[in-house]
Design a protein around this ligand. Structure first.
Ligand code: SAM
Length: 307
């Protein structure tokens, strides 16, 4: 039976889920702050922003910044000069600051809900986010905030938002991976994962999978994203789609890996999964993205300008 949750409950579970996920987040999602990470992040933003990217941005604000994947890579690439990163999860912000320190990057952080940003109007040239809109209960309020804190002429860019079709499509490789998992573990000689530690938090929260169902509250059509931006007063609204083959491959492998003790997954397998994903990303980019409508891809990207 579907349990209806209030916006406050969703925000609370988001905070706790991401606090728990913070320590292993970069490893789980293969987040990189070297050349590969910079290329990935820059190419996503270029896809939707086009030539407006080349001028760079003086002051950026990221919402739901997590461990810093987008902002830290954009600082390193010189596309953003002063980055402010916000997140509802203090654990994520601690991980972000540790990454920034390791990379010797200066960054401001603030714990904030995307629906109530603690900044004056016209404070930023770019407001961005990756894989965050689908967690936010009241998107009209959040878009209103993005508009308020942007200076006129500034841009919003959001990437990594699940499309409705892609979300349904992803269930196919996920189910296939669950079915193939016992044979796969036998081939690579890996044991099932150890049971999760019983901490007071774990007992309170239930297992990670259950929480994921609570925090992922939206999937979008391209029209939905465009409408949120236009209703908030943005112009030059663009929505693109990306990753089809790469995502099916990625989900299949991630679900397989989640069924094994991480120490038992051979490095060779991890290399194959990572490089296979990058290869299929290029196939998507060159062959499929220019030919198919945004709605059929797994991820949607949105850019728009404050007039
Ligand atoms: C899927 S993670 C993505 C993190 C990061 N952007 C990345 O791409 O690695 C989503 C992030 O959004 C944050 N978040 C969830 N709900 C939020 C809200 N209402 N306001 C601000 N951040 C939120 C979570 O704490 C988490 O760090």
């Amino acid at each position: 039976m579907e349990v209806l949750r209030t916006a406050d409950e969703i925000r609370d579970v988001n905070t706790r889920y991401h606090d728990l996920a913070a320590a292993s987040y970069d490893f789980k999602w293969g987040i990189d702050f070297g050349d590969v990470g910079q290329r990935q992040v820059t190419s996503k933003i270029r896809k939707v922003l086009g030539p407006a990217l080349e001028q760079g941005f003086e002051y950026s604000l990221e919402v739901g910044a997590g461990t810093g994947y987008f902002s830290l890579n954009l600082l390193r690439a010189g596309i953003v000069r002063h980055a402010t990163c916000t997140d509802i999860s203090p654990g994520m912000l601690r991980a972000l600051l540790a990454n920034a320190e390791r990379l010797r990057l200066g960054v401001k952080t603030a714990r904030a809900d995307a629906e109530a940003l603690p900044f004056a109007e016209h404070s930023f040239d770019l407001v961005l986010g990756h894989a965050v809109l689908h967690h936010i209960p009241h998107l009209e309020r959040a878009f209103g905030e993005f508009h308020r804190v942007l200076r006129p002429g500034g841009w919003i860019v959001f990437a990594g938002e699940p499309s409705r079709f892609g979300d349904r499509l992803a269930s196919v490789p996920k189910r296939a991976a669950m079915a193939a998992a016992p044979v796969w573990r036998w081939v690579i000689r890996a044991a099932p994962p150890p049971p999760p530690p019983t901490s007071p938090n774990a007992a309170m929260n239930g297992d990670e999978h259950d929480l994921e169902e609570v925090v992922d509250i939206h999937a979008f059509s391209p029209g939905d994203l465009a409408r949120f931006a236009r209703t908030a007063g943005f112009a030059d609204v663009r929505v693109r789609g990306e990753e089809l083959l790469a995502n099916c491959f990625g989900w299949f492998n991630r679900v397989l890996e989640s069924t094994a003790d991480p120490d038992g997954v051979p490095m060779l397998w991890r290399q194959y999964a990572f490089h296979g994903y990058l290869l299929l990303q290029r196939v998507d980019e060159r062959l499929l993205e220019p030919r198919l409508p945004p709605a059929v891809f797994y991820n949607l990207l949105l850019a728009a300008r404050r007039p």
